[in-house]
Design a binder for this molecule. Sequence first.
Ligand code: FES
Length: 122
Amino acid sequence: MYNERVINEFKNPKNIGEIPDADGVGTIGNASCGDIMQIFLKIEDNRIVDAKFKTFGCAAAIASSSVATEMIKGMTIEEALQVKNADVVERLEGLPPQKIHCSVLAEEAIHAAIDNYREKTK
Ligand code: FES
């Protein structure tokens, strides 16, 4: 079902784990499949200097978390908010149609983590 790129990312995911003193944490779940993705951000001067994830989910969700955290590291908050699930899918060279929602979790978790950061720094 998955292409080789997705399988490789799933087998060798980057940025797994927590950031204990994270500046923003976002948790998103999908009610239909029950998968949960949590993204932790370290932010300095409006820039994401570190990103990690904990995902209880399918291979596509883990691969999406891995590439999404890689993509946003080094971005400003505004740039990270522009990252769409389609960008994650492109980076993974495609996902099966029934697995597109797994990449949406990554986009939503990034937004939730940034919202959390903005709440904390208001
Ligand atoms: Fe729901 Fe992958 S099957 S996140």
